[in-house]
Design a protein. Structure first.
Length: 76
């Protein structure tokens, strides 16, 4: 199973949830600033939980307007 991350992106914040098992029973949630610093914190947080690099993740974003674009590029 790829490491799955769901992101809800708004102008000021990114709400992230990560699934730690295939059934979705074990998960973590955290809120980050929608900024370059927040993106770096989100990536570091997800790496700690997954033990993998971003290229191995499955990321699903619910985006509002253009506010997801910088984060999408950071993850890419």
């Amino acid at each position: 199973m790829p490491f799955a991350i769901g992101l809800d992106v708004s102008k000021k914040h990114v709400d992230a949830v990560i699934l730690l098992d295939k059934d979705g029973h074990k998960r973590r949630h955290k809120k980050f600033a929608n900024s370059p610093e927040g993106a770096a914190q989100l990536i570091a947080w997800a790496q700690r939980h997954s033990g993998t690099e971003p290229k191995q993740w499955q990321v699903i974003m619910e985006a509002t307007g253009p506010y997801h674009e910088a984060l999408a590029l950071a993850l890419y």
